[in-house]
Design a protein around this ligand. Structure first.
Ligand SMILES: [Zn+2]
Length: 106
């Protein structure tokens, strides 16, 4: 998991909060989730599918600078192309293209 937030460090509470958000993806709720950083109901969940076998789940807060990304081992539960964020997908595609070592085969 990679995270960025408005603070200069990641706290244990923040990690626990992001893990709680992660567990909520199973419920099919994609918007207005409580942010573990600013506590507004302003987190949205987005997916990317930058390569045939690559999936990512992003958590983006509209109120603060919280961004968290999970690298999934397969399609996330409740994955839907309707929630693909093209901007984030371009970012993930660029990261994979710049990777020094190839992604291990499955
Ligand atoms: Zn926030």
């Amino acid at each position: 998991m990679q995270t960025q937030s408005s603070g200069s460090y990641i706290t244990k509470d923040l990690i626990l909060g992001i893990n709680r958000l992660w567990s909520q993806t199973d419920g099919g709720v994609f918007d207005s989730l409580e942010c573990p950083s600013c506590h507004h109901r302003s987190v949205s969940i987005w997916f990317t599918h930058p390569r045939a076998d690559q999936y990512r789940t992003w958590f983006i807060c509209k109120q603060c600078r919280l961004e968290a990304r999970f690298i999934n081992s397969g399609p996330p539960k409740n994955y839907t192309e309707a929630r693909i964020n093209e901007h984030l997908q371009a970012h993930d595609s660029e990261c994979l293209a710049r990777a020094r070592f190839p992604w291990p085969p499955r």
